[in-house]
Design a protein. Structure first.
Length: 162
């Protein structure tokens, strides 16, 4: 009986050590690589290197500025802080012939942008990485609505947080 208790104790200790080690590694030691402008631009360049896209003339379409409330948060004093964002942007499409198609989906895209913006926190958009993530989300949403990778870049012409 003493041997079984000893074996169970050793197995239990090993299992707890393994779980604790996994937790320490995933939460403390391992850090996700930061999102950088260089990496994001490299991803976009990879997508542009298809033979089809080399013969097309790109176009830039201005989108009217958007103002939206950001996701509110409670500070350390228990008071709710409300912020808003005012964002102006232009969208680059891979072919100027697709401009009419993009104009058709613009209201849907604006709605998606407003929905995404209202879920963002001030701290997220106040960092460069957060803005690149938001830019990527806009590109992904537009291309999802269009059903093809037509939007290649989003340029922020105005980015005001308050």
């Amino acid at each position: 009986m003493k041997k079984i208790g000893l074996i169970l104790g050793v197995v239990n200790t090993a299992a707890i050590a393994a779980v604790l080690g996994l937790f320490v590694y995933t939460k403390v030691i391992y850090k996700h690589p930061p999102i950088t402008e260089k990496k994001e631009r490299a991803k976009l360049v990879q997508g542009e290197k298809t033979p089809l896209s080399q013969n097309l003339k790109k176009a830039t379409i201005a989108i009217e500025p958007i103002t939206a409330n950001l996701d509110p948060y409670t500070d350390s004093n228990g008071q709710q802080k409300i912020h808003y964002a005012s964002i102006g942007m232009s969208v680059e499409i891979r072919d100027e012939k697709e401009a009419a198609r993009f104009d058709e989906i613009k209201p849907i895209l604006m709605d998606r942008i407003l929905q995404a913006l209202s879920k963002k926190k001030f701290e997220d958009l106040n960092q460069v990485q957060g803005r690149y993530v938001f830019r990527s989300q806009i590109i992904d949403a537009a291309n999802e609505i269009l059903g093809a990778p037509i939007v290649t870049e989003v340029y922020f012409t105005e980015f005001l947080l308050q």
